[in-house]
Design a protein around this ligand. Structure first.
Ligand SMILES: [Cu+2]
Length: 350
């Protein structure tokens, strides 16, 4: 073998080995909640069954190659058919398939039927960000709450998601909690909102058991910034979740009209963004209510730091190719003074 080939083989093996670590943020092995762990267990069952079959078959194969290799010139004994063996190797795989089939079908039904006490949240895919509309959280009054890119759900609570899209096909996937399922475009109702009971609206239920921050990702190629269409799921302690909801529903206020960013905020930004309690009610971009509490910027592509936010306001197209805001906010649209004031204001929305 040439050195270069050895190097390539070695590197590929190394990369395969690295990709197997369960501790990366989008691992489907290091999971929480019944959906993701059920999917992982089903995978493990199939993997180990297949591994046993592989070792057995390859073992016999290699044994036979050596045991019956040509030793002299005499013709070996000839066999034609062996009914017992043929029956055995028909029945054995059929039994193995039954072992795989039973839990698979069980899981398909489990995954398709959300528990009765599930909360209801609509997930709306946009090029290239996520909108979340809370519909029903049982005892917590969340109905009507809209947020973007960072989803909060309580630990140990099943949540049924209704998945739709504003434009092209997206797919909602939070590997450590489960998924993934397509969010398909649906028509709008007469009130201008997407039809959440349309036959193309998909359902997916998930449950996160361990509080923490989980990474998600659009899993359906949806345009130039598809790879940048990420999301975060905060699995909160139930109390923290209830607090988050009530804070998120409380009104924000506009900066004073002497703020250098006031003019642009209430005209330019207002065309696309909503902030509860203010005159901003745009629906083209992410809802920015209580934006200062978010950890990320531009669908979890960046950390929500003052530097990143200012750079975003300076040149959104430079940070995230093709995004819709870049059509209206270009380098120079906002003065440095406005950028400074708007970033301060947005990060102060708590
Ligand atoms: Cu997408």
């Amino acid at each position: 073998m040439s050195r270069r080939l050895l190097l390539i083989v070695g590197l590929s093996l190394l990369m395969t080995a690295i990709s197997c670590t369960p501790s990366h943020p989008q691992s489907t092995f290091d999971v929480t909640g019944p959906i993701a762990s059920g999917q992982r267990d089903l995978f493990s069952l199939m993997f180990w069954l297949a591994a046993v079959v592989f070792v057995l078959v390859e073992g016999i194969f290699i044994y036979v190659i050596f045991r019956y290799r040509r030793k002299g010139n005499e013709m070996p004994a000839q066999h034609h058919g062996n009914t017992r063996m043929e029956i055995a190797w028909t029945i054995a795989p059929a039994l193995l398939l039954v072992v795989v089939m039973v839990p698979t079908i069980q899981k398909i039904f489990e995954n398709a039927s959300p528990p009765d006490n599930s909360y209801e949240i609509a997930v709306i895919g946009h090029q290239w960000w996520w909108e979340f509309e809370y519909l029903d959280c049982g005892p917590v009054d969340c109905a009507g709450l809209v947020t973007a890119n960072e989803l909060h759900i309580p630990a140990g609570q099943p949540v049924n998601f209704t998945l739709v899209s504003e434009d092209v096909i997206h797919a909602f996937w939070v590997p450590k909690i489960g998924g993934k399922r397509d969010a398909l475009p649906v028509p709008k109702n007469s009130d201008g909102k997407l039809d959440l009971v349309h036959q193309r609206a998909n359902q997916l239920w998930l449950q996160g058991d361990v509080p923490g921050e989980y990474y998600g990702q659009c899993a359906e190629l949806c345009g130039v910034s598809h790879a940048n269409m990420r999301l975060r799921v905060h699995v909160d302690e139930p109390d923290t979740f209830a607090q988050w909801v009530s804070n998120q529903k409380s009104p924000n206020s506009l900066p004073s009209s002497t703020n250098p960013g006031y003019e642009k905020l209430t005209t330019l930004c207002a065309a696309c963004h909503a902030i509860t309690g203010t005159t901003l009610t745009g629906v083209i971009g992410p809802d920015l209510s209580h934006y200062g509490n978010r950890g990320t910027l531009a669908s979890a592509m960046f950390d929500n730091t003052p530097e990143n936010l200012k750079e975003w306001l300076r040149d959104p197209g430079g940070m995230k190719p093709g995004n819709i805001m870049a059509g209206s906010v270009k380098p120079g649209t906002l003065s440095e003074e406005e950028i400074e004031a708007l970033a301060d204001y947005l990060l102060g929305l708590r």
